[in-house]
Design a protein around this ligand. Structure first.
Ligand code: 1CP
Length: 369
């Protein structure tokens, strides 16, 4: 098969695949090697599309996450346009602490602001038992999405798009919970890990357990794969990295595997650098997502040939577009040839990225040669 079809203003947006070839992302996440590789983009939902900005006027961020009609629509927007191989749930890593009762507000041009956790009393005020009820709308969104993706969605054919659930990994979520918002250094969080290791361990343990349960609920609601975003993993030195990144991730993955054998788990230890190979070996993730700084070919030489790699085009190159983007993108695609690889960015797509650049990128990745 493999005949290219043209839709959406004459651009090549997808390819038709024989029956054994559909669900390319799910099959790759389970370890198969595909050429060309499946493709989706981190943070593809709710960021760069004009049709998202229109919805943004309608409700604040948390309301958008918690309203199944809106969250379903935002998740499907990039699929409708580009037939992405994956649809990532529109939600946020901070929904979990908010669901446990931590105050959270998304402030325009500033980002999230949380009531910082600094003491055992603060920690004890969190209530993990509230999570299933508060996050019920997210699970409803996932079941609607799973149903919607059984039919054609825009230029995507029926039953070809893999639905991805996600959570923040414990260390990264703890960063926002302790520092009380975004930061470059998350100094308060790292100080707590050194000065009050007992308290910090309690926080990580709470997040490990609640994240496992929430991801498990996402799988039960229809997610076909789940991803753990550890965006700030690279801030930790090796000993702390082993404890709070590798240790926590390993616990989550092993429990998910026990409850849902066969459901792929993607880990993203951003800026892990020299610790990435150990993360790959020790956590049990099926796929390791690489950030922009990693050399995909070099990492491929350091990890098991069965480990799926995902990534890792610089999001700024997609903002730039043109030959610069295509050259980088095709070099990364080539570096993944002959092994299971999911083409993606090394971090989230930037909000100001022109949608046409994304269209050109997807077409180039899907071109068979
Ligand atoms: O103003 C708005 O409309 C809110 C912007 C926004 C959006 C669209 C936030 C606030 N979160 C999201 C969605 C989101 N966040 C998704 C949805 C699906 C997708 O398109 O991928 C996902 C997977 C996330 C994950 C997320 N949130 C991460 C991990 C990935 C990464 O980019 O490193 C992190 C660190 C966050 C925290 C967060 N939420 C929102 C913002 C602005 C931030 C970053 C805060 C900071 O550190 O400055």
């Amino acid at each position: 098969m493999g005949a290219l079809i043209e839709k959406a203003g004459g651009r090549i947006v997808t390819a038709t695949y024989g029956t054994d070839e559909h669900r390319r992302l799910l099959r790759t996440l389970k370890g198969e090697t595909m050429w060309p590789p499946p493709v989706w983009l981190m943070r593809q939902a709710g960021r760069f599309l004009p049709e998202f900005r229109a919805l943004r006027e309608k409700a604040d961020f948390l309301t958008r996450c918690m309203t199944p009609d809106i969250a379903t629509e935002i998740t499907l927007q990039p699929v409708r346009r580009f037939a992405m191989d994956g649809a990532i749930l529109f939600s946020d890593i901070l929904v979990l602490p908010w669901a446990m009762g931590q105050s959270l507000e998304f402030v325009e041009n500033r980002g999230p602001v949380l009531g910082a956790i600094r003491s055992e009393a603060d920690l004890n005020r969190l209530d993990p038992k509230r999570v299933p009820e508060v996050t019920a709308p997210v699970m409803e969104t996932l079941s609607r999405l799973r149903k919607a993706l059984r039919e054609p969605v825009g230029v995507a054919a029926a039953d070809t798009v893999t639905l991805i659930g996600f959570a923040g990994a414990p260390f990264t979520v703890a960063c926002y919970m302790v520092d009380g918002g975004g930061s470059r250094e998350f100094a308060q969080t790292r100080l707590m890990a050194y000065q009050e290791p007992g308290l910090f361990d309690q926080l990580i343990a709470l997040l490990t357990e609640t994240t496992t349960d929430m991801l498990s609920a996402q799988i039960e609601a229809g997610a076909q794969a789940v991803m753990l975003f550890d965006s700030w993993a690279g801030l930790l030195p090796p000993l702390e990295f082993r404890r709070h990144v590798i240790g926590a991730t390993r616990q989550i993955v092993s429990e998910l595997k026990r409850r849902h054998p066969g459901v792929p788990v993607i880990g993203f230890p951003r800026l892990a650098g020299g610790m990435a190979a150990e993360y790959a070996r020790e956590t049990g993730v099926d796929t390791m997502a690489l950030d922009t700084s990693a050399d995909l070919a070099a990492v491929a030489g350091q990890v098991s040939p069965d480990l799926v790699l995902q990534g890792n085009l610089d999001p700024v190159s997609v903002l730039a577009g043109g030959q610069a983007m295509l050259k980088e993108a095709l070099a990364i695609r080539e570096a993944g040839r002959g092994r299971p690889h999911v083409f993606n960015l090394g971090h989230g797509v930037l909000p100001t990225t022109p949608p046409e650049h994304v269209g050109e990128l997807i077409a180039a990745i899907r071109k068979v040669n």
